[in-house]
Design a protein around this ligand. Structure first.
Ligand SMILES: [Zn+2]
Length: 85
């Protein structure tokens, strides 16, 4: 059984945007300074090239969807404006 006080200390994980137990965290250096990340996300990022590719594609797809939504909204509001003229 785990000791309760080892679970009470948590750190914010900048990868998952939630808190994890400190024991699961490791510090890494970014452009903005040191950030805490859980071991799970670090291992996922440093995993096989296939995993990294899959993760990258997922992010690219998300970014693409966001950009398309934004473009669509801009286009629609432009059309609305033209209808009003
Ligand atoms: Zn995490």
């Amino acid at each position: 059984m785990e000791k309760l006080n080892s679970m009470s200390e948590t750190l914010f994980c900048h990868c998952c945007r939630i808190h994890h137990p400190r024991a699961d965290m490791c510090r890494y250096l970014t452009r903005l300074g040191y950030r805490w990340r859980c071991r799970r996300s670090v291992e996922a990022a440093q995993g096989s090239v296939a995993d990294r590719d899959a993760f990258g594609r997922q992010q690219t797809q998300i970014n693409r969807d966001l950009a398309r939504d934004r473009a669509k909204r801009q286009f629609l509001s432009m059309q609305e404006r033209q209808l009003l003229l």
